[in-house]
Design a protein around this ligand. Structure first.
Ligand code: DAH
Length: 354
């Protein structure tokens, strides 16, 4: 039996040397540890031996069995992972591509439209002081927008040079002030960025949102220039056949001022011609404009002389127009998004659609 055990040891050494893959090792396990293995048949012969031989060979066989088991385990560990050679030409599994946030995309698209008309893009600052956010924009001290209910004031010492308290800007209009203060006309600038207001969050309100401010200052600027620029923008961004409606409005920083609506790009602003005077059911109305035919998109006007003066620009020599609009609203209109919160929840299933 001793000779057979030594031969089996040798054979295993040789065989295990050439076993590499998991399959090789499984075959080896069956051959040396399986029920029909040479080792198993040596064990079955033990009862036929004398008492001393039983003890000696019983031990020898157990030691061999343990050695084979340990060697196979060791090799199996090494074989894991090196199972198949790596095929570098094999197509990879699905790669998740990132993309710009939909609001960044819309903001860039809006800026590009104005850049093509010759406007420069400049970002203002998100932390402002009262002078830039209100005073220089001709917003009186008692104006409700200065109230802490409508503006986030920062809990840090007041700014220098009578600039008052620091705050998170509540609109992008202070960018006008910074630029007009620091540079000379002619100016044509577009300024995108985040703005903050302590609003209750719901489907159409957020305490942080985005705006784009635009303005131009030069000699001889008129309201007609403003209309031309905005009509071009609306036709580029929404649809080539939209029209604009200017409704007289009041903003402290522009005079005259207007709110601007576009004709609904979904139903072309055409309310169905009908002799039926009964009120339309909700379901029959255009889902974009809710049957109104118009969509409010921005505020604008001719820059108030007080604003030019505050920035050190002669209001006698120069005129300017300005406009400001949200970014979320055009994005929601364009892509049929019905809840502003979707922009900020970072749900990948929403974001990856853009
Ligand atoms: N700042 C205004 C707002 O946040 C928007 C606006 C209206 C900006 C008229 C302008 C403008 O430049 O002329 O509601």
């Amino acid at each position: 039996m001793e000779k057979e055990i030594i031969a089996l040891e040798e054979e295993f050494k040789q065989d295990s040397h050439s076993a590499i893959t998991q399959q090789d090792l499984e075959a080896l396990r069956i051959k040396y540890l399986g029920r029909k293995s040479a080792l198993a048949s040596l064990f079955t012969r033990l009862p036929t031996l004398s008492k001393e031989e039983k003890i000696t060979f019983g031990r020898r066989l157990n030691v061999l069995k343990n050695q084979i088991t340990a060697a196979l385990e060791e090799k199996t560990k090494g074989a894991r992972g090196s199972e198949a050679p790596v095929d570098l030409t094999f197509p990879s599994s699905d790669i998740q591509r990132g993309s710009l946030h939909v609001l960044t995309q819309v903001s860039l698209e809006l800026c590009t439209i104005f850049e093509k008309l010759g406007f420069c893009v400049t970002e203002g600052t998100e932390i402002e002081d009262e002078w830039h956010n209100f005073t220089a924009l001709n917003i009186p001290l008692e104006h409700p927008s200065r109230d802490a209910f409508d503006t986030f004031y920062l809990d840090i010492p007041e700014g220098s040079e009578n600039c008052g308290k620091f705050l998170l800007r509540s609109h992008t209009s202070p960018s006008q002030i910074r630029i007009m203060h620091d540079s000379k006309p002619p100016l044509a600038v577009i300024s995108p960025g985040r703005v903050y207001r302590p609003d209750q969050v719901d489907a159409s309100h957020s305490f942080m949102f985005h705006q784009i401010e635009g303005f131009a200052v030069d000699t001889g600027i008129t309201f007609a220039h403003l209309k031309g620029v905005l009509l071009h923008f609306a036709r580029e961004f929404f649809s080539s056949d939209v029209n604009l409606r200017f409704r007289p409005h009041f903003f402290p920083f522009t005079e005259p001022s207007a709110e601007v609506d576009i004709s609904c790009f979904a139903c072309s602003g055409k309310r169905p011609q009908t002799t039926d005077q009964r009120p339309k059911q909700e379901s029959q109305k255009c889902s974009v404009c809710k049957g109104k035919g118009w969509l409010e998109i921005l505020g604008c006007g001719m820059i108030h002389p007080n604003v030019l003066t505050a920035c050190g620009i002669s209001a006698k020599k120069y005129k300017g127009f300005a406009f400001g609009m949200g970014v979320e609203r055009p994005a929601m209109l364009k892509y049929g998004i019905n809840d502003i919160r979707l922009f900020f929840e970072n749900d990948i299933r929403f974001l990856e659609q853009f």
